[in-house]
Write a protein that binds this ligand. Structure first.
Ligand code: SAH
Length: 349
């Protein structure tokens, strides 16, 4: 048992099962705070780590939108959960020649992990760090990106029992953690379209994701700007248990080793669209469709033409992985948000 597991087991023995969101928050804080989870030697690989083209195209998407918004002279360029800092480094390099962009943008990274902050500082030395988006100054248009951030936020789960809806709690007995229905009726928390789902159905709510998105939406409405949220997910409301644990590139039991596996849930983009009001929501559209509309094929060909044959092969396989329907192209989706008088973003026709 991990030290975190022992602490949670003692707490459950003393006061009873804890909400799943609480369990996830404790596990995720320990997990991200104690390691670099990314890359081949870690637990999972993300789009910016697959290919530099991902961050470059997002940079050009952002800068082109900023120009069509009239090139406002001051801009808060924010990334949520920047991992190794690769996306922001690729984005920043790609927009070097966009007149005025570097001068206008101040870079803010929202990151809780000290380990990852150190890696980000090596890639993006000009950045300022924050624990929460609320700490980023709210005084200028916001240009925000978040890749695989929202899936790492704690969720609540509800299960339909014969007696109605109950919150799913984390219990502990006989040396192991497991999910168990709580004692209190939870029917009022279930979206009306799902209340009649058959026994055994699971509904997820993501209060933390909703709160972050509401903050983004309020800032976009107040000062203008845009956000691009990329993640795996669905456009809810829908039933389904999407809680998953990943360790060393394989699925694991979310309750087996608290704090040692990456815990995630699929993102409900329908809920994020609502939480972002009064900002305007565009999409979600498949990641493959967005990258194709932004010219990933041409960009890949340009880079491959001046690369060694090994590098060119890596660039082409990276692009196939980012856009392929059998890889990341349709599982991952992109949601854009805009506010103020910022126009329709490229790729979201
Ligand atoms: N965007 C990166 C990393 C994704 S992993 C990429 O695509 O490679 C999730 C990231 O979010 C990590 O950097 C993790 O430390 C950070 N993170 C997780 N929960 C967080 C929270 N509650 N607040 C701030 N950052 C968080």
């Amino acid at each position: 048992m991990t030290p975190l597991g022992e602490r949670l087991a003692r707490e459950i023995a003393a006061t009873g099962p804890i909400p799943l969101a609480r369990y996830m928050a404790e596990c995720l804080a320990h997990y991200y705070g104690s390691r670099d989870p990314l890359g081949r030697a870690g637990d999972f690989v993300t789009a910016p780590e697959v290919s530099q083209v991902f961050g470059e195209l997002i940079g050009l998407w952002a800068a082109e939108l900023w120009m069509r918004a009239g090139s406002p002279p001051k801009l808060r360029l924010v990334e949520l959960g920047p991992g190794r800092g690769t996306l922001m480094a690729d984005l920043w390099r790609a927009v070097t020649r966009v007149p005025g962009f570097h001068a206008a943008a101040s870079v803010h990274l929202v990151e809780t992990s000290p380990t990852l902050r150190r890696m980000q500082a090596a890639q993006v030395p000009q950045a300022v760090w924050h624990d929460r988006i609320d700490e980023v100054p709210d005084d200028a248009p916001l240009l925000l990106v978040a890749n695989e951030f929202f899936d790492a936020l704690p969720i609540r789960q509800f299960v339909r029992t014969e007696a109605g809806w109950r919150e799913r709690m984390v219990a502990f007995a006989d040396g192991r953690f497991f999910a168990a229905a709580g004692p209190l009726p939870a029917d009022p928390l279930i979206p009306p379209s799902l209340v009649a789902a058959p026994p055994g159905s699971v509904v997820e709510l993501a209060p933390a994701a909703g709160a972050v998105t509401a903050e983004i939406g309020a800032r976009l409405a107040a000062h203008g700007g845009a956000a691009l949220i990329v993640d795996y997910g669905y456009a809810g409301p829908a039933t389904g248990d999407t809680l998953q644990a990943v360790q060393a590139h394989a699925f694991a039991d979310p309750f087996a080793a608290p704090g040692e596996a990456d815990l995630t849930a699929h993102v409900d983009f329908g809920a994020l669209r609502i939480a972002a009001r009064p900002a305007t929501a565009w999409g979600p559209i498949p990641q493959g469709a967005l990258l194709t509309a932004l010219g990933i094929e041409a960009r890949t060909a340009t880079l491959a033409a001046r690369a060694t044959s090994d590098q060119a092969a890596l660039l082409r396989s990276g692009t196939a992985r980012l856009t392929g329907d059998d890889a990341m192209g349709s599982l991952f989706k992109a949601l854009a948000l805009t506010g103020g008088d910022w126009p329709q973003p490229a790729g979201f026709a």
